[in-house]
Write a protein that binds this ligand. Structure first.
Ligand code: ZN
Length: 126
């Protein structure tokens, strides 16, 4: 496994957020995609401690692939790590409908339109 290409997902986001590497074996010239796999809030998290390839498809029920990004609020300049789905490839169908989206800045209360802060999860940086 190409661990060096994996996204480091901060533990504070919780067990629902795990590093994932999307490969394209039929397209050898395409680079691997490093993402954050996000499980829905409801339901039971699968035990992925062993070989991921041995997992069953049900383990991925509701999972979406997202990116870990840094955003700064346009209103109050608070900084956040955000789990964002906009740039991820929608490989897993309509799973996004099973996720709650955080919209707006928790620091100043401004809406997304003014702050540009949002995502599947936010963690404010010092
Ligand atoms: Zn703000």
């Amino acid at each position: 496994m190409a661990v060096e290409k994996m996204v480091g997902v901060p533990v504070r986001f919780g067990a629902r957020f795990r590093p994932a590497l999307l490969r394209f074996p039929q397209r050898p010239t395409w680079p691997d995609g490093a993402y954050v796999a996000v499980w829905p809030k409801e339901g039971v998290l699968p035990d992925l401690a062993g070989d991921a390839a041995a997992g069953v498809p049900e383990d991925l029920a509701g999972v979406v692939l997202a990116d870990l990004m840094h955003h700064t609020c346009f209103v109050c300049a608070a900084r956040f790590e955000a789990i964002c789905f906009e740039a991820a490839i929608p490989v897993l169908g309509r799973n996004l409908a099973r996720h709650r989206v955080v919209s707006g800045c928790p620091a100043c209360g401004g809406d997304f339109g003014r702050t540009r802060i949002g995502g599947l999860a936010l963690s404010q940086l010092p």
